[in-house]
Design a protein around this ligand. Structure first.
Ligand code: ATP
Ligand code: OAA
Ligand code: MN
Length: 531
């Protein structure tokens, strides 16, 4: 039997007569989801669900309550939008009324964070069994004993059926993700995209951990045979999940980590992989999770009779996803932790086809690229993005970073300054010409280059300096087509390459103006070169 915390929903002020299911395991939740008509089982056991209208995060519907706690600690601006305490109070009142009306609720007490000293206790209250299964799969599951003694610190109330009222709640639409850091309460309504829950916990840790001198990171992480940790920063779709699952390395986690004095630790206990056009050959470990009981597949198309999956079918969403416990990947760190990193990889999916597939960065260039957070967003993960679009998202995770980028930048700076860490920029985006002409970088080539960087052999190769970006690029690497190492050579129109490269340089320079006053001279000088 699952143990249950002595702190009830009523104790928390959430009055409800609902039948409550506490800390159910995944078989019981899968059974509940199926019997309630929330989803169907696929051929080899995964639960297949649809998220409805929202098939990605609603970044524009997320708010942080602006009050005495957050006024000076949150970086208010483009990404962090404020909600008044009054609007939140009205929203909370309506959420609690809706909660009170539910016949059934599913509750999980979970940890955000694998390193015990740095984790937060999160209680998640769901109306949907599959959402409860999702968050149990994604976060760190306490032992039965820990569950019995659990004190909820932060609470998420997740009601996809709730409809926010812009006038009464100060929202933009019927969808709302409202984070109240003073009340330690997060309200999610009007969307059934389950990723909102996990990314809300991420935002929380990104807010809290810098106070403990832990650097929170939107990255994946894995370890080589010598226990050498690598972290892979990157925005959505750049390859964190894909590239961190590698048979030759031990997986620590695929999306969110902290870098403490002693470890890199996963915030989560599960992975959330893109499923669209997943190739069994290029991504065998992730592919295998689509054939297991316990995996949750969102918006994946399935034959209703045979229950055969069609991973190539993007008709329900381009951002089809699979959530599975991390140990579904064969070679996984038992504690979801590894030593502090030897290598930092910054992944970018460059839609311009200008950046080399791998470049070696000086510490100053690493800071420059970390604060810039350049990539091209790929269709689907955020609403309204239908084709790749160049974007700068600071720290490779602006939507999840409540504090000023310099807070996270300074944590990185201190860590790089300690020495012994190599930094790389890896383009998993386009090669062979501009987007539309070229093609996506072959996963095989990216893996070969990464393996050479991580096992140290790449450092023995000859490097050239890139004219536009000033970083070092290997000239030839065994097992990799030499032509792709020099993107200019893959463009039929060299003048068009030079022009496009300079256009991108200009975008970097313009974007960096906002950070210029927050960094040292040598970081400003690590900017790419305008002609
Ligand atoms: N060279 C490449 N390297 C990495 N991924 C590639 C490459 N070429 C194509 N892909 C595809 O790009 C996608 C990368 O998605 P992935 O799930 O790894 O992104 P992510 O960084 O984990 O994003 P999110 O933060 O949204 O989880 C996958 O669908 C993968 O198959
Ligand atoms: O949060 C999500 O939906 C997926 C993700 O990791 C991201 O967008 O960075
Ligand atoms: Mn991922």
């Amino acid at each position: 039997m699952p143990q249950v915390s002595s702190v009830t929903l009523n104790d928390q002020g959430f009055a409800t007569e609902a039948e409550q299911h506490w800390n159910l395991g995944s078989p019981a939740l899968i059974e509940a989801a199926v019997s309630r008509g929330e989803g169907h089982l696929a051929k080899d056991g995964p639960l297949v669900v649809e998220t409805g209208q929202h098939t990605g995060r609603s970044a524009n519907d997320k708010f942080i309550v602006r009050d005495d706690e957050t006024e000076s600690t949150v970086w208010w601006g483009k990404t962090n939008k404020g909600m008044t305490p009054e609007h939140f109070a009205a929203l909370k009142e309506d959420f609690l009324a809706a909660l009170g009306d539910k016949e059934t609720l599913f509750v999980q007490d979970l940890f955000g964070g694998s390193q015990p000293e740095h984790r937060v206790n999160v209680r998640v209250i769901n109306e949907l069994a599959w959402h409860n299964l999702f968050i149990r799969t994604m976060l760190v599951r306490p032992t039965a004993e820990e569950q019995g003694a659990f004190e909820p610190e932060y609470t998420i109330i997740d009601l996809p059926s709730f409809r926010a009222d812009p006038e009464r709640h100060g929202t933009r639409s019927e969808t709302v993700i409202a984070v109240n850091l003073s009340e330690k309460l997060i309200l999610i309504g009007g969307t059934a995209y389950a990723g909102e829950m996990k990314k809300s916990v991420f935002g929380l840790l990104n807010y809290l951990l810098p106070l403990d001198s832990v650097m929170p990171m939107h990255c994946s992480a894995n370890m080589g045979p010598e226990g050498d940790t690598a972290v892979f920063f990157g925005l959505s779709g750049t390859g964190k999940t894909t590239l961190s699952a590698d048979a030759s390395r031990t997986l620590i986690g695929d999306d969110e980590h902290g870098w403490s004095d002693t470890a890199v630790f996963n915030f989560e206990g599960g992975c959330y992989a893109k499923m669209i056009r997943l190739s069994e050959e290029a991504e065998p470990e992730i592919y295998a999770t689509t054939r297991r009981f316990g995996t949750v597949l969102e918006n994946v198309v399935m034959d209703p009779e045979t229950r055969e999956l069609d991973l190539d079918d993007g008709s329900k969403a381009e951002n089809t996803r699979g959530a599975y416990p991390i140990d579904f990947i064969p070679n996984t760190s038992e504690k979801n932790m590894g030593p502090v990193p030897k290598n930092i990889i910054m992944l970018t999916a460059d839609a311009f086809g200008v950046l080399p597939p791998i470049s070696r960065l000086t510490p100053e260039q690493a800071m420059y690229h970390f604060l810039s957070g350049y990539t091209a967003k790929v269709a689907g993960t955020e609403i309204g993005v239908t084709e790749p679009e160049a974007t700068f998202s600071t720290c490779f995770g602006a939507p999840f970073m409540p504090r000023h980028p310099s807070v996270y930048g300074n944590l990185l700076k201190e860590r790089i300054a300690k020495g012994g860490v190599k930094c790389w920029l890896v383009n998993t985006g386009w090669t062979g010409g501009k987007y539309g002409e070229g093609s996506r970088m072959p996963i095989k080539a990216t893996r070969a280059l990464l393996n050479a960087a991580l096992d140290g052999s790449l450092n023995n190769e000859e490097f050239r300096i890139d004219d536009n970006f000033g970083f070092e690029v290997p000239v030839a690497v065994p097992g990799v087509d030499t032509a792709i190492l020099d993107p200019r050579s893959t463009w039929s129109d060299k003048a068009a390459y030079d022009e496009t490269a300079q256009k991108l340089v200009g975008l970097f320079i313009n974007n960096f103006e906002q950070f210029a006053e927050h960094v040292d001279q040598n970081v400003r000088e690590a900017a790419p070169n305008a002609a």
